[in-house]
Design a protein around this ligand. Sequence first.
Ligand code: SF4
Length: 588
Amino acid sequence: MQSTSTSNIAEKQDINSILNAERTRLSAQAGLVQLQHFKKPVERAFRAEERDKVTILFGGLTWKHEKLIQAVFKGSGYKCEVVPTPDVAAFQLGKEFGNNGQCNPTYFTVGNLVQYLQKLEKQGMSRQEIIDNHVFFTAGSCGPCRFGMYEAEYRFALQNAGFDGFRVLLFQQQEGIHAASGEPGLKFTVDFGMGMLNALHVGDTMQDLIHQVRPYETKKGETDRVFGEVGDDLAKCLRERPPFEILEATSGWLKNYLSRPEKKKLKNTLNTLGKIRENLYGRPFTDALESARERIDSIEVDRTRVRPIVKITGEFWAQTTEGDGNFNMFRFLEREGAQVLVEPIATWVAYLLYQAKFNAERRKDVQQYSTRKKLAAEFDYRKKVLGLAIGEVMWQYFYHRINRKLGGITHKLAPQPELDRLAAPFYNRFARGGEGHLEVGKNVYYTIHHLCHMVLALKPFGCMPSTQSDGAQSAVINRYKDMIFLPIETSGEGEVNAHSRVQMALGEAKAKAKLEFEQCLQRSGKSLEEIRAYVDEHPELKRPFYHVPHVEGIAGTAAQFVLHVSKRMDREAGVFRRSRIRMKEAAA
Ligand code: SF4
């Protein structure tokens, strides 16, 4: 009797669950169900009390940037390690543990983190120790391209690889960094922020310089050796220089005055200003830059070697990484006899600031839906644009200031308004994601200003914005007939194929550079031997920071150099002739 009633109850429950499922299906079909939106998982906070035992991991830039950024972390009291440059094995791991259909940098970077954690495990660390004692910091966005999914992708792959609970935090993510109560684990202090600014700009400048010097070094390997030492010393400075503290910098009545509790606000304001000044103009940092400049200038170069200049553009990560992620393209190009013109990270930041102004303008139009709010929206807009404009000016100033301190030969940041104007006929500025209109803008800019012989765009496999801009580039090439432009899709495989395509385009670029050089030599009226003999007598011309003025319309380093040396020779010959005439006149 009892068993019959139990089976009746079970049957009823089955019928109810089937009914409920069917009701949900029909409601969903009719659009009556509130969909469950994806909610980002709440990450365990990185708390201040964990600073001594938790190691911050990061990566994805060049070794110069990473070394300096790591130094700033360490100097601010954090344990910090760099995840090495991703290789093909990391890419395979990304494919194994990540979602299908991602863009190429996702596979590389996600797999790279898994690979690093697996290495820690092999070295004897338990999974729980790895999870508890490490956090990975990365940048993120809300899209529109797959960059918006990186954070989720890291979590998914880590979960699949057995590291569930490993913390992946975005720099801009408040809840992960801040503890629910108490002090946050990563504290954005003035010293930390200014240190990062210096690290980024010095890293960019070194990256540009190394590619300007290495192709012309007379002693093979010298550039890498010197830049390695310079990088170590600059990192040491960023890590070890003492922070500015107003109470330590003052004495006597002023110190007593600022120490009063009621003067705390004034003390803090002066302390902040002092810290900014110290970070930018303090002796330890400026001395370290000066010493770096002198050492780089000691590398001997021969600028009479004719090399085509290849401007690198493309997607942010693919054009920055120095490994398998872009088929080791920079080294390959140099081996093939080219000079690589790299893109600084600062350009991307400048682009974000520039774009933010237009986005604010658009939002203002949406916010001004009522007359009552019109004024408030206008005021907000103007305030925001002013802030962004000041930010832009300061960003440019600080970047170029570091350039000047480190020899003054680094390329200037391409002006954003001009890039926008040049790209406008081909690419809508509001088509966001990745490098947006920059890929098209840079291609035109570097070609029409004769700053390179060829543009090579590195585009990751599966990249949405790069695919869009590739579509536009065919119209660009049609407009600018003498442009040599090659887009290369970077995937984890197919290196030989990619290198062979680059070699073919480079052949054309070499011919262009050679012709330009020969025309310049002819214009100078001298032979290459005469130019070289003069350079041998004037060793300053073999220094990387010897300033060769830019001649409009000429791209090649050797061509520019020959014109300049020839001018110098003519000037000296003129002076010599005039002084001989004067001596003759005096003797007569
Ligand atoms: S820009 Fe392209 S490669 Fe980079 S994250 Fe977006 S979709 Fe991926």
